[in-house]
Design a protein around this ligand. Structure first.
Ligand SMILES: [Zn+2]
Ligand SMILES: [Zn+2]
Length: 205
């Protein structure tokens, strides 16, 4: 599996491009901003799907342009899906950003599989930052959105945030293997093992 990162937009959001490294189609995870940069990195490759880790404006501002250019379907967890189509719902209006996405083509739920060529990622529903946050896990990688960051977790003080749910979600991620590489929605990459040692939100043994 090949993983590429683009850090985009005013909040330095990570957009992840994932493919099988063998010429298969690409998954675009969180088309944050700067559609031109995303399309340049895709360089004409087929896009199997655009997947949102959650419905916040800083993870989807370029979704419409990327979908218009690639005809890819848009996938988001069923709980956040109703909020993505308006700047109010995405939280953008709160910060002066006019960011929204088209309606989702496929609603995701726990244990669903997202595929792109030889890539298979499993959906983990990890509420806390938003009610419909997901992580995508497979082949030794975890795309953790705004649930898990290196050394921290996503904020729970936005509308829909829930620290109790966040702790439960982090508890689930703590059951994953140490060697899994974590690709978060903001900031540097990490591993589950490193977070087990340093992240104060991880359950202590
Ligand atoms: Zn967010
Ligand atoms: Zn974010």
């Amino acid at each position: 599996m090949r993983v590429r990162r683009l850090t985009l937009g005013p909040l330095d959001t990570n957009c992840w491009l994932v493919d099988d490294g063998a010429g298969g189609p690409v998954l675009v995870i969180d088309p944050a901003e700067e559609a031109d940069a995303i399309l340049a990195a895709l360089d004409g490759a087929d896009v199997a799907a655009v997947v949102l880790t959650h419905g916040h404006f800083d993870h989807l501002a370029a979704a419409r342009a990327v979908i218009d250019a690639t005809a890819a379907p848009l996938l988001v967890h069923e709980t956040d899906a109703p909020h993505i189509t308006t700047p109010h719902g995405t939280g953008g209006a709160l910060f002066g950003f006019d960011a929204s996405a088209p309606e989702a083509d496929r609603l995701l739920a726990e244990d669903d599989i997202v595929e792109a060529g030889g890539v298979r990622l499993r959906v983990l529903h990890t509420p806390g930052h938003t009610p419909g946050c997901i992580c995508l896990e497979g082949d030794g990688h975890l795309f953790s959105g705004d649930t898990l960051f290196a050394g921290s977790v996503g904020r729970t003080d936005f509308p829909g945030g829930d620290m109790t749910a966040m702790r439960r979600s982090i508890g689930r991620l703590a059951s994953l293997a140490d060697e899994i590489r974590v690709h978060p929605g903001h900031g540097p990459e990490t591993t589950i093992g490193r977070e087990r040692r340093v992240n104060p939100f991880f359950p202590r043994a």
